[in-house]
Design a protein around this ligand. Structure first.
Ligand SMILES: C[S@@+](CC[C@H](N)C(=O)[O-])C[C@H]1O[C@@H](n2cnc3c(N)ncnc32)[C@H](O)[C@@H]1O
Length: 218
């Protein structure tokens, strides 16, 4: 697994200690994370897998919103997972973190059979072919009737948002980010077989607009 590569949380491992503060400041984090948690609407018997969980912010908020839901987080970066584990300990919540890639979600989920799969700010860091593989793996990972919820930089509809998004593109690279800015994410979701694909919100931020998407598996 480790021969694969990935773009780290802020595009460079040396910046990871500043990840949470940067995201809070540069993405209107409170607005989109709250909207995403509301959309996911965790319930007591839910098994939720957070793909590319980073420092665990979403997973921890989901557990706080519904303490009896089972929450799992995977990320390929061992350093970021250590940060996530520390944050969950400090928040006094139980989240199960482990190392893994989005493209392997099917294998990761075989044991836990999630009914909700969630992911925030991850697909823009994965090359186009990998985005497709990740969404296919998400479909494979979910139980029938299960839901997919994504928040990520999406179609940058205005010149101002396209300009703002350049900051992310400079950090994370153009090859992985441009397809998101061109609006490829919902197209891919439909393409791989998700039903009811919807862009539910578009939130302008200082680093480009963040879209929330929802879909389900038949
Ligand atoms: C910008 S951070 C987002 C972290 C977190 N989801 C959040 O909302 O703050 C992107 C994360 O995706 C992870 N990542 C990059 N490529 C990945 C892949 N192929 N599969 C899963 N995670 C990946 C990175 O390690 C990083 O932690």
């Amino acid at each position: 697994m480790q021969s694969r590569s990935y773009v780290p949380a802020l595009g460079d491992h040396r910046l990871s200690p500043f990840y949470d503060a940067t995201i809070a400041l540069m993405t209107c984090e409170r607005t989109w994370r709250r909207a995403l948690v509301r959309q996911i609407a965790p319930e007591p018997r839910d098994v939720i897998l957070d793909i590319g969980c980073g420092t665990g912010s979403l997973a921890i908020q989901l557990k706080r919103a519904c303490p009896s839901a089972s929450i799992y987080g995977v990320d390929p970066d061992p350093d970021i997972l250590t940060r996530a584990e520390e944050k969950a300990r400090d928040a006094d919540v139980l989240v199960h973190f482990s190392q893994g890639y989005a493209q392997d979600a099917g294998t990761i989920a075989a044991r836990i059979r999630p009914n909700k799969l969630v992911s925030s700010l991850v697909l823009h860091q994965i090359p186009l072919a990998g985005k497709r593989m990740a969404l296919l793996a998400a479909l494979d990972a979910l139980r029938p009737g299960g839901e997919l919820h994504i928040a990520d930089y999406g179609l940058q509809a205005s010149p101002l948002m396209r300009l703002a998004f350049r900051q992310v593109q400079t950090l994370d690279g153009y090859g992985t980010t441009q397809p998101n800015a061109d609006g490829v994410v919902p197209e891919l979701m439909e393409d791989v077989g998700f039903a009811g694909v919807e862009e539910t919100q578009v939130i302008p931020t200082p680093t480009g607009s963040i879209s929330l998407y929802r879909a389900h598996k038949h």
